[in-house]
Design a protein around this ligand. Structure first.
Ligand code: HEC
Length: 273
């Protein structure tokens, strides 16, 4: 049967005339009415799905921006999660300069120093000297310890009567890593933690020493540093600890007069407690 039978009624009739029992065209009507079978190809995406994915990506991006912690390596460091509460100095006012520097210093310490000196400041026997109770740390001024932090340290050192002199006992320099403010803060923290009690370290003091050490590229030898004055710009002489031994009321008065008024007030309040 020819193809035009279906579209031409007279042809269909003619076909019937030829004795065919069923009209092929009628048989196919149902099939022709149906849509073609779907095939896989480049059909457009459902618009709602596109919108949903766009919103999802936007949300994910925002979430990452707000909660990534700036991708900092120390984001989950103990010091970030639970900064050491500042010791109450001068009546525990959280805004006094020592407490403020101590808070900043705690973060610097836990990031850069705690690996060796330990979070409790006790160091590691035969390797890293303690900062807690150290006569170097508790000296009147930061002139000596600031040099260790700026340039690092190497060579035998006696701390709390114990000598540290193993080849592993080397402190790396922080000149390039930390600025004056950070070093002042970390030293203030070290000088006011774990039972230590010493004065605030000022960024200007660190700047002075940094200038002095500008041309020195080697690590400090504690034996040389010990010959330097304890205070920045102070008089040469006494070994750590010796200062208090030779203290007379007159000398104390002289020293107190040099203190800034606010520090003096804090000190007197502390002493009279
Ligand atoms: C790589 C380990 C290491 C790191 C990190 C380190 N130190 Fe030290 N530190 C030492 C060693 C070792 C000595 C003793 C050096 C020597 O024997 O000459 C020392 C000595 C000291 C001293 C003088 C001795 C004492 O115990 O009082 C001070 C103060 C000090 N470090 C403070 C710091 C501060 C603050 C930081 C962080 C900014 C720091 N250190 C980071 C290993 C380290």
């Amino acid at each position: 049967m020819s193809a035009d039978n279906s579209s031409n009624p007279s042809a269909r009739n003619r076909a019937l005339d030829r004795g065919e029992a069923t009209d092929v065209a009628d048989l196919h009507v149902a099939v022709m009415r149906e849509r073609p079978e779907p095939v896989e190809g480049m059909e457009p995406l459902n618009l709602w799905l596109v919108v949903f994915i766009a919103v999802l990506l936007f949300w994910a991006g925002s979430y990452l921006t707000y909660f990534s912690g700036g991708f900092r390596a120390d984001e989950f460091a103990e010091s970030q999660i639970n900064p050491t509460p500042p010791p109450s100095v001068g009546g525990g006012n959280a805004d006094d300069p020592v407490s403020k520097a101590t808070r900043e210093g705690a973060i610097v310490f836990n990031t850069f120093c705690a690996a060796c000196h330990q979070a409790d400041g006790n160091g590691v026997p035969n390797q890293f000297p303690p900062l807690a109770g150290s006569e170097w740390v508790n000296a009147e001024g930061p002139n000596r310890i600031a040099r260790f932090v700026l340039n690092g340290a190497q060579g035998p050192i006696k701390v709390k009567g114990v000598e540290f002199n193993s080849p592993a006992s080397v402190m790396n320099p922080f000149k390039e890593t930390l600025d004056d403010k950070q070093i002042a803060a970390v030293l203030t923290y070290v000088r006011n933690s774990w039972g230590n009690k010493a004065s605030l370290v000022k960024p200007e003091e660190i700047a002075t020493i940094r200038k002095e050490l500008a041309s020195v590229t080697t690590q400090m030898n504690p034996a040389d540093v010990e010959k330097l004055p304890v205070t920045v710009g102070g008089a040469a002489g006494a070994a750590p600890g010796a200062a208090s031994a030779a203290l007379t009321p007159d000398k104390l008065k002289e020293a107190l007069k040099k203190l800034p008024a606010d520090q003096l007030k804090t000190l007197l309040q502390d002493v009279s407690k």
